[in-house]
Design a binder for this molecule. Structure first.
Ligand code: DMJ
Length: 531
């Protein structure tokens, strides 16, 4: 006779409940808004965490709360004195209209801050920003010559990131509107390289040949824009650049000159080979930087299927090792030189410090120890540029010679600090990849230095004219990337690894996280799901 055993029945029921819970959790995860209680969406592998993500250590949580309070202070200053303008002058307490955006009321700070506000859970502020994007963002008012690069990384990148995080179609629509007006940059140009300047209201472009980092920093946003809108035009421009145009160029060991020109032949026609004079500049600093960053990140964003970007990236890493890596005499600091007019300049820019994070990420993902170590070593050198500065904030450029190692040349160097993120960005990436406590310690040193030197009591933060002056002389500008990048990377540095997981997201060069394609992240939201 068969006996029904109550304990066995209970166990079976329990197992069934667990199965149902995970099944519906998974399905729900694809449809619920991230602003609801389901901010962690269940994947087969790991949850996608876009808010929360507190560290288990209470001391770390206190530090993160402090960073959030900095965001509040920066945001409140902007809201009070510059709402709707591009940036804030925190000391004058008025809009900053001499910025790269001029006086065009594009709300650059609002759009650049959307995802940081969301990730930090500052929902009142986020909703106010969203309302502005909905009701007041007007491209027809932007009658000015703007940089294609800046509009793409800050506005298109910021809106796409907000769309991926929230699923709110408003952000996708706005990203598309801006993206469509960027297309004029490709009208009638030679060899697929866009014009560098655009007028959003007139829908016209100008500016001839942009520098390497300008035409080479479009792929993440353009490819994603095509995928979420179903409009292939953006991706087709990227394909042309990477699959055709770049093959016409000759690199120096995988490194490209920052300036390129089409050569005219004897009849005055443009030749089909792009060339430059051999005395141009090769650098991972200003004008070159994010070209290399986007090679690695396009491959990552594609779910590691974009072989063209990968092979260009790998070639460039060889070039960096062969031509640009140096070690300082006394302290044995690793640094990158620039090659200009065929002469080697032993100077690094603050901007170059993004490369620490890039090589660490590339080395880890590609399992290349030498590349990873270069990333860690460069990050230590960039930390030295902060430590050796009287304000503990690094200068725009620092030198390596008989007297100086990662230090400002007080006679000829660029002394300013404009709230840039690159050094902190590398601390964040290295922290995520190693969990070496030094990176959090260094990040906190930066927080203390920013608070001491840059905080303006009436609201906002200001850059410095000279990092060597212990009595700060402010430049009276709160750059929009301070909230987009510097504070976001600091917040994530003091968060659990699950918050914006590096296996699920890739940061554009303005620190706007974009989801990774191919199943790693259900928030990728390709066109059919988005509709
Ligand atoms: C940002 O706009 C971006 O990080 C860009 O790639 C370089 N410059 C600033 C920050 O320093």
């Amino acid at each position: 006779m068969r006996v029904i055993r109550p304990r066995l029945v209970c166990r079976c029921l329990l197992a069934l409940c667990v199965l149902i819970f995970f099944y519906y959790g998974f399905i729900l995860g694809h449809f619920v808004s991230s602003t609801s209680a389901f901010s962690s969406l269940w994947l087969s592998k790991r949850p996608v965490v876009i808010q929360g993500g507190e560290d288990a250590d209470p001391e770390v949580r206190i530090k993160r709360d402090h960073v959030k309070s900095m965001m509040k202070h920066a945001w409140d200053g902007y809201v009070q004195y510059a709402w709707g303008a591009n940036e804030l002058k925190p000391i004058s307490r008025k809009p900053h209209i001499n910025s790269i955006y001029g006086s065009a009321p594009l709300g650059a700070t609002i759009v650049d801050s959307l995802d940081t506000l969301f990730i930090m859970g500052m929902m009142d502020e986020f909703n106010a920003a969203k309302d502005w994007v909905d009701n007041d963002m007007n491209l027809d008012m932007a009658d000015a010559e703007l940089s294609l690069f800046e509009v793409n990384i800050r506005l298109v990148g910021g809106l796409l990131s907000a769309f991926s995080l929230t699923g709110d179609k408003l952000f996708r629509e706005r990203a598309l509107q801006v993206g469509e007006r960027l297309l004029s940059a490709f009208d009638g140009v030679s060899a697929g390289i866009p014009n560098g300047r655009i007028n959003l209201s007139a829908n016209k472009s100008s500016g001839g040949w942009p520098v390497l980092a300008e035409w080479g920093t479009l792929s993440l946003e353009f490819n994603y824009l095509s995928d979420v809108t179903g409009s292939d035009v953006f991706r087709s421009h990227i394909r042309r650049i990477y699959e055709e145009t770049i093959n016409l160029m000759v690199s120096m060991d995988g490194l490209y000159p920052v300036n390129i020109r089409m050569r005219q032949n004897k009849t005055g026609d443009f030749d089909d080979r792009i060339h430059w004079n051999n005395f141009d500049k090769y650098t991972l600093g200003a004008a070159g930087d994010s070209f290399y960053e986007y090679l690695l990140k396009s491959w990552l964003q594609s779910g590691k299927t974009d072989e063209t970007s990968l092979s260009l990236y790998l070639h460039s890493v060889d070039g960096v090792f062969n031509k640009l890596v140096r070690t300082s005499e006394k302290s044995k600091l690793t640094y990158l030189v620039e090659i200009e007019h065929e002469s080697v300049q032993h100077v690094m820019g603050h901007l170059t410090c993004f490369a620490g994070g890039m090589f660490a990420l590339g080395g880890k993902t590609l399992n290349q120890e030498r590349q990873f170590k270069l990333g860690a070593d460069l990050t230590s050198t960039c930390h030295q540029s902060y430590v050796r500065s009287p304000t503990k904030l690094g200068p725009e450029t620092f030198e390596f010679n008989d007297q100086l190692e990662a230090e400002l040349d007080r006679s000829s160097g660029a002394k300013y600090y404009i709230l840039r993120p690159e050094v902190i960005e590398s601390y964040f990436i290295l922290w995520r990849l190693t969990h070496d406590p030094r990176y959090r310690r260094w990040g906190w040193e930066a927080v203390e230095a920013i608070e001491k030197n840059c905080r303006i009591s009436t609201g906002g933060y200001s850059g410095l004219h000279n990092v060597a002056n212990v009595l700060p002389t402010h430049d009276d500008v709160q750059q929009s990337f301070f909230m987009a990048e510097t504070l976001k990377y600091l917040y994530l540095l003091f968060s659990d690894d699950s918050l914006i997981d590096l296996d699920q997201w890739v940061f554009n060069t303005e620190a706007h996280p974009l989801p990774i394609k191919g199943g790693a992240n259900p928030l990728y939201r390709p066109a059919e799901k988005a509709k």
